[in-house]
Design a protein around this ligand. Structure first.
Ligand code: SF4
Length: 639
């Protein structure tokens, strides 16, 4: 494996602005420094930048909602180039939801405007004495007190007010809503109204720092290292991006895959009691959504795929006339199938509550699904809520969702910080076994895959650095495509190797900070490496750049170990081992502990981590250029 330091860096690198801003919110001081060429080469951008900074600069063991947490905005070298889907950014911190590596990626216009303002990374520390927002307006960077203006307002109104204030509809605003201000561990960051950096509670970290929003605009250009060659390759990629490789996302948005996953018994229904549903075939699918509800398709800056599908409720609807929602497959799952709900306007209403008041709609939906099941099991009651909440609820689901997000009443008190905390709080009140219904891994609510019959993804989703996640590890493809028998535990190391490889590529994509939908537009990983070289001038090869993906995953794993991670944290909820579906292809099947542990060890081994403890070996750390970690894990007690 070639080492990053063997990759020669030219005198001038391109793409990156190399500008790091350090914002000390406690003192209000803002400093600018230059990211070194070596830092850019070794950590690529976005996720990689943050993995290194959080390792170096976050004191182990801090309370994620204290001023000691470090909150990072980071992007890669591509925004404002013509590379498809490259106007993206990431936010990172120790997660208040999981207590481990927190990260969320969003699209829209923020990445492009931040790059035009010359930004590569912003590191926020401390806590502002009163609510503020940060303005990055080309070379003007300043904090604005906002207690009497936008504090207390939703994400949508905040964006509108700031755009109005600047008399500029292109102003890119990432903002938190009421949920972030009250530090709900589910809180997200919203930008461009419909785009969210949703997962792991990054909005709560902003709220804990009294940071309401960040607004960007700029006029700077970007230089690329080999413009003629880059233009040629980017034009080809744009053509492919407009062709069959992404047609399903253009036509039906992300709900395109609903019917096929339902057929495989992989689409969660009623909080994972089942993996298929006849109402998915008849009502809750991408075809019906697009034929009957979608009125507009919207693309982010630098993207012609336009996967954001806006649905509108007719003006004659008695409850939500003219309501417009941005619909994604995960939200159709969260507020639809997971809650046993096939009423589209209810799904749309719940989505808008999440997006505007500012919580992650996946976590929100899964938390509502837990509440529905707890209600059906008699663990929570009408006396607790003031109303009934069985699966299939509509108006009461909307009511529960509002109370949960805004921290009101029993739903806010018990469920306002997600499923894991709800289970703990209910069990503390003597409601036995409540935690069993929390569908989460490491504290993060599960995405739209039912893993009863997905032995590869059971591991891939569980080892994900940020908790249950299909966007850090795409091993669901191994099950869906039949690469390995999805009901068996065969070939643990070979399978572990493939789970690792897809995770490494995803880490690279999150460091480039581009959309995973576009992975298919590249002929191969060598072409992904090429595009990096043509833009930056840094001659990473396929081998050397994929090794950086490996290093980034391993470093963020080391971060988790330092924060107290144990092997048991890489484990799916008990339901998958105890309770089988009663219908569909996975009927009667449950995961087996011994088989699961064999696959997990196979994955650790493939990564060069100790196959028993899951801790990276010194040899692996050296091979990946992570020598600076050696000796630090044991000292901090990781096992
Ligand atoms: S594929 Fe979708 S999320 Fe990604 S950049 Fe395009 S419109 Fe935005």
């Amino acid at each position: 494996m070639s080492k990053s330091k063997d990759v020669t860096i030219p005198d001038n690198i391109r793409g990156y602005s190399q500008v790091r801003l350090d914002v000390d919110l406690t003192s209000g001081e803002i400093k600018e420094s230059t990211l070194s060429k070596e830092f850019c080469r070794d950590w690529i951008g976005g996720y990689g930048f943050a993995a290194k900074v959080l390792w170096d600069e976050l004191k182990p063991g801090v309370d994620p909602l204290s001023p000691d947490n470090v909150f990072i905005y980071a992007q890669g070298p591509f925004p404002t180039t013509i590379l498809p889907t490259s106007s993206k950014y990431g936010v990172f911190a120790k997660s208040p939801l999981t207590g481990m590596f927190g990260m969320a990626i969003s699209s829209g216009s923020v990445g492009a405007q931040a790059r035009r303002a010359g930004i590569n990374m912003i590191v926020f520390k401390g806590k502002a004495p009163e609510p503020v927002y940060l303005v990055v307006d080309d070379d003007d960077r300043y904090l604005v007190p906002c207690k009497d203006t936008v504090w207390g307002k939703g994400c949508w109104e905040t964006e509108e007010i700031l755009r109005e204030e600047f008399q500029d509809q292109r102003l890119a605003v990432m903002a938190i809503g009421q949920a972030g201000e009250r530090m709900s561990r589910l809180a997200c960051i919203t930008n461009d109204r419909n785009r969210q950096a949703g997962r792991t509670g990054m909005g709560a970290v902003m709220g804990s720092k009294n940071l309401k929003a960040v607004a960007f605009r700029g006029t700077k250009g970007v230089k690329v290292a080999q413009p003629v060659e880059f233009y040629k390759l980017a034009k080809k990629l744009i053509k492919v991006a407009n062709g069959p490789a992404t047609a399903k996302y253009r036509d039906q948005g992300t709900p395109a895959g609903l019917l096929s996953y339902n057929k495989l018994g992989m689409f969660p229904v009623n909080n994972y009691r089942e993996g298929t549903w006849d109402k998915i075939v008849d009502i809750v699918n991408g075809e019906v959504l697009n034929d009957e509800w979608v009125v507009k398709k919207v693309g982010c800056s630098q993207c012609s795929i336009a996967c954001d599908h806006l649905a509108r409720v007719p003006k004659t609807h008695p409850d939500y006339p003219n309501l417009v929602a941005s619909v994604d497959v995960e939200l159709v799952y969260g507020y639809g199938t997971a809650c046993g709900n096939s009423d589209w306007p209810t799904i749309f209403k719940c989505i808008t509550q999440c997006d505007d008041w500012g919580i992650d709609a996946i976590s929100g939906g899964v938390t509502c699904a837990m509440a529905c099941e707890l209600f059906e099991e008699g663990i929570i009651t009408k006396e607790d809520l003031g109303y009934e909440l069985p699966f299939g609820s509509t108006k009461n689901l909307v009511r529960f969702n509002e109370e949960m997000i805004l921290g009101k009443g029993f739903p806010g008190e018990i469920f306002g910080d997600g499923t894991k905390m709800a289970g703990i709080r209910l069990e503390e009140k003597g409601r036995k076994n409540a935690g069993y219904y929390a569908m989460q891994i490491k504290g993060l609510e599960m995405p739209a895959f039912d893993i009863h019959g997905m032995t590869s993804f059971a591991v891939g989703e569980s080892v994900s650095i940020r908790g249950a996640c299909h966007l850090r590890n795409g091993a669901y493809g191994l099950d869906a495509k039949g690469t390995f028998d999805r009901f068996s535990y065969e070939k643990p190391v070979e399978r572990g190797q493939q789970i690792k490889e897809v995770e490494d590529v995803y880490a690279l994509i999150d460091s480039y900070v581009i959309c995973k939908f576009t992975r298919g537009i590249y002929e191969n990983d060598a072409e992904m490496a090429k595009v990096y070289e043509l833009v930056t001038g840094i001659p990473h090869t396929e081998e050397s750049i994929l090794a950086r993906g490996d290093a980034i995953v391993t470093l963020s794993k080391c971060f988790n170990i330092r924060e107290g991670w144990k092997r048991d944290d890489d484990h799916p909820p008990e339901r998958f081992f105890k309770q089988a579906h009663t219908r569909g292809p996975a009927k009667g099947f449950t995961l087996e502990e011994k088989g699961y542990q064999t696959l997990l060890s196979g994955y650790y081994k493939a990564r060069g981590w100790d196959e028993n403890t899951g801790i990276p070996t010194d040899e692996t750390l050296k091979k990946l250029g992570l020598d600076f970690v050696i000796g630090k894990l044991k000292k901090s007690g990781g096992k």
